[in-house]
Design a protein around this ligand. Sequence first.
Ligand SMILES: Cc1cc2nc3c(=O)[nH]c(=O)nc-3n(C[C@H](O)[C@H](O)[C@H](O)COP(=O)(O)OP(=O)(O)OC[C@H]3O[C@@H](n4cnc5c(N)ncnc54)[C@H](O)[C@@H]3O)c2cc1C
Length: 341
Amino acid sequence: MRTSGDLTRFNTLGLNATANHLVTVSTLVELDKALHEAVVSEPIEVLGGGSNVVLQPVIEGTLLHVAIKGRELRADDGRVAVVCVGAGETWHDFVVWCHHRGLNGLANLALIPGSVGAAPIQNIGAYGVEVAQWIRAVHVTNRYSGERLQLSRDACEFGYRDSIFKHEAGAHWIVTAVEFALDRQAVVQASYPSLRARLSDAPLSHDAVLAAVMAIRRERLPDPVVTPNVGSFFKNPLMSQDDADVLARHQPGLPIFPASEGLVKVSAGWLIDRLDWRGVERNGVKVSDDHALVLIGCGATSATPWLALADDIAKSVESAFGVALELEPRVMGCTAESAKS
Ligand SMILES: Cc1cc2nc3c(=O)[nH]c(=O)nc-3n(C[C@H](O)[C@H](O)[C@H](O)COP(=O)(O)OP(=O)(O)OC[C@H]3O[C@@H](n4cnc5c(N)ncnc54)[C@H](O)[C@@H]3O)c2cc1C
């Protein structure tokens, strides 16, 4: 379906934005048609649930809302099951669907808003688990040539909140489906501090982890349906263990977590908290009282105040600790002034 679209209900910040051509695609045939009809010289953008984007007022060209559904069991050896899921499926519903079938691995990622197709884009992660661990392949279509391919997990170059899809080499791919290899005998992952604390002495099981993760998230994170937010506004900065040790010497208590490729990540929320940002409100955007890494909306309807507050926070952290913060959500689109007429 092709419309010229108001995107207010397509993003969890509830920002006012307009797409020149908004097309919802529910099948591969519809996707091919939309790509064929897109104006060659104009950009093609992709949106799932809109829970990790900051929309500028104008999205030029074609904006594809990927709504391709379907869950298919492709293989099952009695222990590991390969499930292929449409990019437009809701992530949390898929997690629960797997859990009810004893297909384990995803419980720590419960209640992350958004679509299955966006999960590989930033390699969603929570409570000690990243989705990359359970991905077998990502089905993609080239947004400019229409070429289709299946990328192996290695080809996706997953990292902390990162993948090839965020870089030039992979930015042209549209995810149409994701294949997961889920293990009925997967080890229960309960070592993340807040999860371990919540589980206390309870017997470890995937059931217990799912329930605990959902309880913690409901307590700590604002529901985007009620309060505009995109979860964490900044990534946790990556650095060498030596640099983190030096920082921690000056900032005793700084949480440091393991990351890949010999790096560690330090808690951005803790650094922001040290500078007393919690509760600060400016122009309809506020640093959450409950979580310094989360910005919440209290009236702002454009991207400008969100980005201004984020910029001020990042500058203060850089100046106080010498640590550069990177935005986690993607800023998409342009201002009305810079849009082509
Ligand atoms: C309350 C809350 C809590 C959150 N907690 C977490 C968390 O614990 N861990 C975490 O990692 N994230 C978290 N997030 C962020 C967000 O939920 C995830 O990043 C999610 O995967 C985004 O899904 P989406 O469908 O809404 O993507 P969108 O916001 O629609 O898009 C995000 C990016 O992915 C691209 N994209 C989307 N779909 C496709 C596709 N089919 N093909 C190609 N590109 C695509 C978009 O172009 C955009 O660049 C949280 C957000 C909120 C609001």
